[in-house]
Design a protein around this ligand. Structure first.
Ligand code: FAD
Length: 341
């Protein structure tokens, strides 16, 4: 490795026919892949994002809730979740050039049969569809990030470099590969271990009225104000990669929404959709270098919290790639945490 080549990039230039030469290949163009690529590009790391849109991709299907304080998180991961929420204002400010109107809607009101009513003033919501578009635009405006529209079919992880092959037969190589393919991540051939990431379907709807100033979390549904609409989510279903809409599930969510906020009684259903969460057995992401082959870096399995965790994931993985000391401890997110000790 040359002294001006701290990432072993020279090793990665294996073939004169390899397409855009880069330090890092990011597989997957959802919010996690694009945010990580943006953090790398802004740090001066040459990055190629290879992504092919799949039906049900989660980042545009999500509700955009940023709720680290609702539910029970293991204590070992609380600081990572809190840090990601805390990073949001700066993350949105860094996108102001491409979308100056992106902002957080602060405060989540929790209404539970068991726990009564409680305000979480620091939790928030963001328009994830707009955020994804803004991050994509910022990536497009960063000259050292290239985007390729293709599906990666296999990876070949070496010690100093890694190669990927796409469905169209193109080959790319780089010093590091980041796997950010959401629920589809385990499908790649050549991974050093089976990844316990599975599809977890969620259906949602929008109502054509918005009486809310902040989001509401109930036992059977949550409500998120979004422009002239109120988003209502979400089912949690073990249904593989099925994305069909079930009118009965939509009806149940609709009734739960009206029970939470009776002022929504006359609002019409304007849209329905579904998405596929990348779920893991503990509902926590897989983040950081593959223990057996650190040229492969995981950024997948964000389960129900990938919108919340995008800023911390991006900054933690940019630290890993640049071999910088990091404020984030990725130990709880290791890929081998399910294996017997
Ligand atoms: C209904 C619903 C509601 C949700 N609500 C929230 C919420 O309120 N708050 C929150 O924080 N999170 C929420 N989530 C979870 C969140 O959406 C996900 O955790 C997050 O979007 C995961 O991002 P990702 O980039 O890993 O995956 P995705 O957004 O699924 O992106 C993966 C990308 O990789 C591409 N890809 C797949 N395979 C390949 C391949 N072989 N080659 C190239 N590209 C490939 C896909 O097409 C896709 O574009 C919700 C999810 C759903 C479905």
């Amino acid at each position: 490795v040359l002294s001006d080549d701290p990432y072993g990039f020279a090793d990665a230039m294996v073939s004169p026919t390899a397409r855009p030469v880069s330090d890092v290949l990011v597989i997957g163009d959802g919010l996690i892949g694009l945010s990580t690529a943006l953090a790398l590009g802004r740090a001066g790391v040459r990055t190629v994002v290879i992504g092919k849109r799949r039906t049900g991709a989660a980042s545009s299907a999500a509700a955009g809730l940023l709720v680290p304080s609702i539910g029970t998180l293991p204590s070992a991961v609380q600081s990572f979740f809190a840090a990601s929420l805390a990073a949001y204002p700066a993350f949105l400010a860094s996108l102001a050039d491409v979308d100056p109107a992106l902002r957080l809607i602060e405060g989540i009101f929790e209404r539970s049969e068991d726990g009564g009513d409680r305000m979480h003033p620091h939790d928030a919501a963001v328009d994830n569809v707009r955020l994804l578009a803004a991050v994509a635009a910022a990536v497009g405006a960063t000259p050292i990030i290239a985007r390729v529209e293709d599906a990666v079919s296999s990876v070949d992880i070496g010690t100093g470099s890694a190669r990927v092959i796409t469905a169209s037969g193109a080959r790319y190589s780089a010093a590091r590969v980041i796997l950010a393919a959401g629920a589809w991540a385990p499908q790649l051939a050549g991974l050093p271990r089976p990844l316990p990431v599975r599809p977890l379907k969620g259906q949602m709807l929008a109502l054509g009225a918005c009486p809310l100033t902040h989001s509401i979390m109930g036992d059977d549904a949550y409500l998120v104000p979004r422009g002239n609409e109120t988003l209502v989510g979400a089912t949690v279903e073990e249904a593989g990669f099925d994305t069909t809409i079930d009118p009965r599930a939509i009806d149940a969510l609709h009734r739960a929404a009206v029970a939470l906020v009776p002022a929504l009684r006359d609002a019409q259903v304007t849209r329905t959709w579904s998405g596929i969460r990348p779920a893991t057995p503990d509902m926590l992401p897989v983040l950081g270098p593959e223990p057996l082959a650190p040229t492969l870096i995981y950024a997948c399995g964000h389960s129900k919290n990938g919108i919340l965790l995008a800023p911390a994931t991006a900054s933690a993985l940019a630290d890993v790639v640049q071999q910088r000391p990091s404020a984030h401890d990725l130990t709880p997110f290791r890929a081998d945490r399910w294996e017997p000790i």
